[in-house]
Design a protein around this ligand. Structure first.
Ligand SMILES: NC(=O)c1ccc[n+]([C@@H]2O[C@H](COP(=O)([O-])OP(=O)(O)OC[C@H]3O[C@@H](n4cnc5c(N)ncnc54)[C@H](OP(=O)(O)O)[C@@H]3O)[C@@H](O)[C@H]2O)c1
Length: 219
């Protein structure tokens, strides 16, 4: 599978590349293709040092979308609209789009959920995509730092919301290929805000209790 990551040079993009590029072709996108190439080379070198192959390359955000079967939107919510506006929408047609995007704010030292009027980032992003694109939430509640600790298992639940059953199934399969991640069907896109709102909760819990990389595990 070809997975294109918009904003692939960021914390989540780097982590996804490290954890997935031994099984899938990871196409890291950036506003500056050279920056994405550097991150791709770092990924290949890190995995090579562990005797693992890595199929990873860096390109522009638009090329990452164009060449992908599945697209991950890995930029902060406020950057999503301007970034998508710079990408030819035909490249997004019929594609599965994963949103790990959590719209959050910080006030008086605490994180809070700060959704757009649509109720969630996922619902707002859906409006920015061609109608045929299939948006699904994924990877919202796992700290980016944890993705890079390759000696540690990712033992978390990933709540997947979406309106297209096949897209949801494909994303749940992809999630389940990573470490000990356990994908669960969390309902339609209409309830994506619940998943997104868990992230400020876990960040506040981590901060208040001196914990690191707090995550969600439903069992
Ligand atoms: N970090 C976490 O622990 C975490 C956990 C779960 C979910 N998430 C979600 O995952 C998404 C990505 O998070 P992240 O921490 O990886 O983000 P990030 O590292 O802050 O940024 C990702 C990339 O966004 C691009 N970017 C920065 N400013 C931009 C701008 N003004 N316009 C367009 N692109 C810009 C940069 O890529 P280029 O400079 O190469 O273009 C950057 O590498 C967010 O929506 C976040 O809510 C994050």
């Amino acid at each position: 599978m070809k997975i294109g990551i918009i904003g692939g040079t960021g914390d989540i993009g780097k982590g996804l590349a490290l954890r997935l590029s031994d099984k899938h072709e990871i196409i890291l996108g950036s506003r500056e293709a050279s920056k994405a190439c550097e991150v791709a080379e770092e990924t290949i070198s890190t995995l090579g040092g562990r005797s693992c192959k890595s199929l990873c390359r860096g390109v522009s955000n638009e090329e990452a979308v164009r060449d992908a079967d599945i697209v991950v939107i890995s930029v902060m919510f406020q950057h999503v609209a301007p970034t998508l506006a710079g990408i030819n929408p035909k490249y997004l047609e019929n594609k599965i789009v994963i949103s790990p995007v959590n719209p959050m704010g910080k006030k008086d030292g605490y994180f809070f959920f700060n959704p757009p009027t649509e109720g969630s980032a996922a619902l707002a992003i859906k409006k920015m995509l061609p109608e045929s694109a299939k948006i699904v939430t994924g990877f919202n509640n796992i700290a980016a730092h944890k993705w890079t600790l390759l000696d540690e298992e990712l033992d978390y639940t990933v709540a997947v919301c979406g309106d297209d059953a096949d897209a949801k199934k494909a994303v749940m399969k992809l999630v389940s290929e990573v470490s000990k991640l356990h994908a669960v069907d969390a309902g339609p896109l209409a309830v994506a805000g619940i998943v997104e709102s868990l992230t400020p909760l876990v960040l506040n819990i981590a901060m208040n209790n001196g914990m690191k990389d707090v995550g969600v595990h439903f069992s």
